[in-house]
Design a protein around this ligand. Structure first.
Ligand code: MLT
Length: 409
């Protein structure tokens, strides 16, 4: 009889956002008239920018005509999109990345989950704590995390990097050797960011220890602090020790359209089993061309539009709308006596839960105010005692939510 992948049994409960959706659906069933305000999963609510809509319509028309119809696209994404990405997100910032180092995909979540297929089973992984659950769960699924230790509140083979109020939610360098280090800045879930000096320390650690940084900068458009790095490749030497993940989900409202990209530099080398070294770029190309048929042409044309001058202006306006929500949440919660973090360089607000237990706070908020957030414990042990709210709701719902929780907005 065929056998299941036993490592799935090591996962702790369901995927965080599915579990929240389950609890909310159950509440809604018991209270059919309840007017629930959703500030849990970071899903966008503003429509696509006008430039994207025009580009999508034009691409649909092209697909209707035999002369301009497209079938399978190039494995890494169309040149027009990869060139636009490099020009706007890298060259404009003085960063030397070439279009053939960019891999267009259908989501950063898929990329960060899939990338660890390239690493040996005995690779030691370091994770920030709290952490976006995909980094942890995908390593559990492949058996790299080991067993879950309930007393310790973590997996035995994972090196945890606690992010606390004391360290400004930027972890110290790993105390135990780590081969692959996941970093996410601006951070999900804490909404905090990292300085160039702090990021440089991680790059130097990775170069010295022949480790790899997996840098998730899906929220970079929300950076307000001029000193915060937008890309790991702003740091010298990062092209020899880092892969970067970017997403259009939050950047341009593509959560339902699906487009992202990973930058895998050609200079990045990895030790192989025979004592030689291999190119991670070549391995990722091999992996993607085997398992993935690319992002639809129509979507890539829509994505291209945001990298034009006009497109950039339009998406920055939408990002500013969400960041105004973030300010409203921070100010209202602070006035009401809550201790809050984040919300300045990312659309997430990380607040301390009165009484500590974050799932209890989740239930209380849902039951008494009909508001959904995300309990910090769902992001790991160091997330307990915190609660995440997103700034992605509409302005109206953000104001209504603050009135319900704080008595004013
Ligand atoms: C979140 O709420 O953390 C994100 O929306 C989840 C995701 O991007 O997959």
């Amino acid at each position: 009889m065929f056998r299941a992948n036993g490592y799935y049994a090591d996962l702790q409960g369901g995927y965080l956002f599915s579990e929240i959706a389950r609890r909310v659906a159950s509440y809604q069933k018991q209270h059919p008239g309840a007017d629930i305000i959703r500030m849990g999963i970071g899903d966008v609510t503003r429509p696509l920018a006008p430039c994207v809509i025009t580009a999508l319509h034009n691409a649909v028309n092209e697909m209707a005509d035999a002369a301009s119809f497209r079938g399978y696209g190039p494995e890494q994404g169309y040149d027009f999109l990869r060139e636009a990405i490099v020009a706007a997100d890298y060259r404009a910032r003085g960063i030397s990345i070439t279009p053939d180092e960019v891999f267009v995909s259908d989501g950063a979540k898929c990329d960060v989950g899939n990338i660890q297929e390239l690493f040996g089973r005995d690779t030691v992984v370091a994770l920030m704590d709290p952490v976006y659950p995909v980094y942890a769960d995908t390593n559990v699924m492949t058996g790299r995390a080991g067993k879950y230790n309930k007393e310790e509140g973590g997996y035995e083979n994972i090196v945890y990097l606690p992010c606390t109020a004391q360290n400004g939610f930027v972890p110290d360098l790993p105390k135990r050797p780590a081969d692959v280090i996941y970093l996410c800045y601006p951070n999900n879930p804490t909404g905090m960011t990292i300085t160039r000096a702090q990021l440089k320390a991680f790059v130097e650690y990775a170069l010295e220890n022949k480790a790899l940084l997996l840098y998730d900068s899906a929220y970079e458009i929300f950076i307000g602090d001029p000193d915060a790095p937008h890309s790991v490749f702003e740091i010298e030497g990062a092209n020899r020790c880092a892969i970067e993940f970017r997403s259009l989900s939050k950047t341009a409202g593509f959560t339902g359209v699906r487009c992202a990209y990973a930058v895998v530099p050609k200079a990045l080398r990895c030790r192989d089993d025979n004592g030689g070294d291999v190119s991670l770029h070549d391995m990722w190309f091999r992996r993607q061309s085997t398992r993935f048929n690319g992002v639809p042409y129509i979507t890539q044309r829509g994505a291209e539009a945001i990298f034009s001058e006009e497109g950039r202006k339009q998406i920055l306006e939408i990002a500013a709308y969400y960041m105004q929500n973030a300010r409203i949440i921070c100010q209202s919660m602070q006035k009401a006596g809550y201790t809050v973090y984040g919300g300045l360089n990312a659309p997430y607000i990380w607040l301390q839960t009165p009484g500590g237990d974050s799932w209890a706070f989740f239930d209380e908020l849902l039951n008494t105010k009909q508001i959904v957030g995300t309990p910090g414990a769902g992001f790991g042990k160091a997330g307990e005692g915190y609660f995440r709210m997103t700034a992605f709701a509409s302005r109206e719902n953000t104001l209504r939510a603050m009135e319900r929780i704080c008595g004013q907005a």
